[in-house]
Design a protein around this ligand. Sequence first.
Ligand SMILES: *Cc1c(COP(=O)(O)O)cnc(C)c1O
Length: 398
Amino acid sequence: MVRVSLPRKELFDIPQGVIYLDGNSLGVLPKGAAARATQVIENEWGNQLIKAWNTAGWMALPQVVGDRIADLLGAPSGSVATGDTLSIKVYQALAAALKMRPDRRVILSDNGNFPSDLYMAQGLIETIDKGYELRTPAPENVIDAITEDIAVVMLTQVDYRSGRMHDMRAITEKAHAMGAVMIWDLAHSAGAVPVDLTASNAEFAVGCSYKYLNGGPGAPAFIYVRPDIVDTIKPALSGWLGHDAPFAMELDYRPAMSTERMRVGTPPILQLAVLQDALEAWDGVAMEDLRAASIALSETFIREVEARCPTLTLASPRDPHQRGSQVSFAFENGYPAMQALIERGVIGDFRAPNIMRFGFTPLYLDEKDVVAAAEIIEDVINNDIWRDPKYHSVSRVT
Ligand SMILES: *Cc1c(COP(=O)(O)O)cnc(C)c1O
């Protein structure tokens, strides 16, 4: 495969005048996505109707897309299933992992984890109703909190607020040494940092495809199960498309003998088709090149912003090797400041209570974008532009 150079802006539709630093939340629109969606709607759905499950390859699409994602994550073909949302995949992984350690009752996560992951754990604990406990120490204390009573360690590798990155191999090793099962949430890792799932030896990994993978709003999530255990794990959401023979219409559930058992119901074909198109942007991209470009962009950004705006405080690790592909600054008036930035074409986002968050996506950002963004941030912060009352009304999505 030809190794391409970065960025590849020509593959994406980015509105004029926008510097998009929010690809960690919702990736940009790939140029081919609209045509692909139209083709699926008009030709496949419109003309082929229900035949398209076979004639247009719809039934195989979740696996085809899963294999492409597996490739990006250092996982073998067939080990990644796609569909549903990340919250559901967290639930499935956690339920299956708990069943692997029936005599333990503790789930270990951290208090920097994304709320939905913690909420799903809390809901599952209530449903099982067997006295399970969720422990959430501070992220830096997690490795020491892995003790012999832990059933499952469930962590998000890259912290959604600060970008702080856990050491996947070291934590997985400790979890295994203590007899625990390891689940990694790769929501802010997939397409952002090099991941080697096979080398990590983790039992499960989950993630979403609308962030760095540019699959679009509502794009399907993914779940990885380590191939040597997949045939023994018990799916909690035992839907018909995870059955070994869905069209045999048997009365009793019998899981598929592969990661397919983590499928639940009918796959989202429109979203999968768009995601498949989006994943073509990764053809020829070496993950080490992406990482080098990401570090260069974030280092430039930190240097430029700190030099211009002394009132902003870096809220991400200063060492680039301990960061994912995002940089956060703490600022008391972060919400109105971000609204003022967005109006000026610099799109990042805000996370309560005071974090201004900026994502770096080397597929479609270059150094010039980053410097231009820092200049606009300087204007908004140093000239108190954020004080304008129009930037203070809070929207539903921040
Ligand atoms: C983005 C994100 C989610 C969102 O879950 P959805 O079910 O896709 O809404 C969950 N967990 C983490 C760690 C995330 O970063």
